[in-house]
Unconditional design. Structure first.
Length: 167
C-alpha cells in the first residue's frame, strides 16, 4: 500500500510531540511496516519548519534550531520515507480550487489531492477537512474517476482505513 502522510505524522522526527496519540515510537513503528510505502510531500517540510518556529516564538516548545535542522535532514535522507514533489503532480487546478473552496489550508488541500492521484491512502488527523470533502459531489466524482479504491486513515492509525467512496 502507498500511503501519503500528513505533516503532523512527521513532527516526532523533530523531537516535537505535540499531537496527542502520535509519538516518535508510533512514527518508527509506521516506518518499519514492510507492507506500507510511506510518502510525504516536500510542502510538509516547509509546514513543519514554520510550525516549529511559531511554537518556539510562542514559547510552547523549547527546541534548539539544530534539532529542527536535524529533523529536516533525517526526513530528507530517510530510506523509509519517499518524497513527492508537489509541483511535479499538479495538473488539475480546478479540483485543487474546489478543495480550497472547502478548506482554507492550502497545504492540506494539496496533500489530499496528491494522495488521491499518487497513493492508495491518506493519513490525517483532520477529520473536519475530510468530512467536508466527502460531502462534495464534484470531489467524489473526481476521486471515483481517478482512484476509486482510495481510502483515508485517521488519527493514530489504530483503526481500519475508511474507503473514501462508500458502496
Amino acid at each position: 500500500m502507498r500511503l501519503l502522510i500528513d505533516s503532523t505524522y512527521l513532527l516526532p522526527a523533530f523531537n516535537v510531540e505535540i499531537t496527542e496519540g502520535w509519538s516518535k515510537n508510533d512514527l518508527l513503528s509506521l516506518l518499519t511496516n514492510s507492507e506500507i510505502e510511506i510518502y510525504y510531500c516536500d510542502l510538509s517540510l516547509f509546514e513543519i519548519y514554520t510550525k516549529c518556529m511559531n511554537l518556539v516564538l510562542q514559547k510552547k516548545i523549547s527546541i534548539d534550531i539544530n534539532r529542527i535542522e536535524n529533523g529536516l535532514n533525517s526526513i530528507l535522507h530517510s530510506k523509509d520515507l519517499l518524497k513527492i514533489d508537489w509541483w511535479n503532480h499538479i495538473s488539475e487546478s480546478e479540483i485543487i480550487l474546489q478543495l480550497k473552496s472547502l478548506h482554507n489550508d492550502s497545504i492540506d488541500c494539496l496533500l489530499y489531492y496528491l494522495s488521491v492521484i499518487f497513493c492508495d491512502s491518506f493519513a490525517t488527523f483532520d477529520s473536519t477537512f475530510i468530512n467536508k470533502v466527502q460531502k462534495s459531489t464534484e470531489i467524489i466524482k473526481w476521486v471515483k474517476k481517478v482512484n476509486e479504491n482510495f481510502s483515508i486513515w485517521f488519527g493514530n492509525l489504530s483503526e481500519d482505513r475508511i474507503k473514501f467512496i462508500q458502496g
